[in-house]
Design a protein around this ligand. Structure first.
Ligand SMILES: CC(C)(COP(=O)(O)OP(=O)(O)OC[C@H]1O[C@@H](n2cnc3c(N)ncnc32)[C@H](O)[C@@H]1OP(=O)(O)O)[C@@H](O)C(=O)NCCC(=O)NCCS
Length: 161
């Protein structure tokens, strides 16, 4: 089996991260400067999975600037042909280990209620669905109504670490 290593990002990784993100619908692709911001200014809380010198997955996150015990995962993606091999779990392990050392107690993220793979994945990792805000059921799951603007309902998930 091909070896996959997890490492912290380097600034120039943003282009490869973008290529992976482009293969990871339904997560929307950001403009390139956003990925560059992560690899330049949030590099201590962003990691890539690498196989044969190619980036095959990533996790991008940060520690809240207003509540230092909270970490947030903006996105986690693995190339389609590399899924179900534990790569995203390893990326999360590294992220959580890192933010824990920096004093974080909880990790938050949002998931589109129609992204069942992501919901199942995060639940398998022990994330729970937050009861915050006004709830609305979408696709059989509790989302926060209008979280990202009108009709943009999102599931808020969290885990105590
Ligand atoms: C979600 C995603 C990151 C998971 O990556 P992965 O490397 O395949 O995940 P893992 O192999 O670590 O999975 C760990 C566990 O999560 C669960 N899981 C993962 N993918 C799943 C799926 N498609 N359906 C149901 N459960 C799933 C399983 O319990 C799995 O354990 P198992 O393989 O022993 O059954 C990947 O599917 C992906 O990149 N999706 C597109 C982008 C995306 O939606 N990102 C999340 C944005 S919020």
């Amino acid at each position: 089996m091909t070896e996959v290593t997890i490492r912290g990002v380097e600034e120039e990784d943003f282009l490869e991260i973008m290529k992976v993100a482009a293969e990871c619908a339904p997560v929307p692709l950001e403009r390139d400067s956003i990925y560059h911001c992560f690899t330049r200014y949030f590099a201590d809380t962003c990691f890539v999975a690498e196989s044969r010198s190619l980036v095959v997955g990533f996790i991008l996150g940060w520690i809240s600037q207003v509540e230092s015990t909270i970490a947030y995962v903006h996105n986690v993606c693995v190339m389609p042909d590399m899924r179900k091999k534990g790569i995203a779990t390893r990326l999360y392990d590294r992220f959580i280990e890192t933010v824990k050392v920096k004093g974080c107690k909880e990790v938050f993220l949002i998931v589109n209620p129609r992204n069942e793979a992501s919901l199942r994945f995060h639940q398998a990792l022990g994330f729970r669905i937050s009861e915050e805000g006004e709830g609305i059921e979408v696709n059989g799951v509790r989302a926060v109504k209008d979280y990202n603007g009108p009709a943009q309902h999102m599931v808020v998930m969290y885990k105590t670490i």
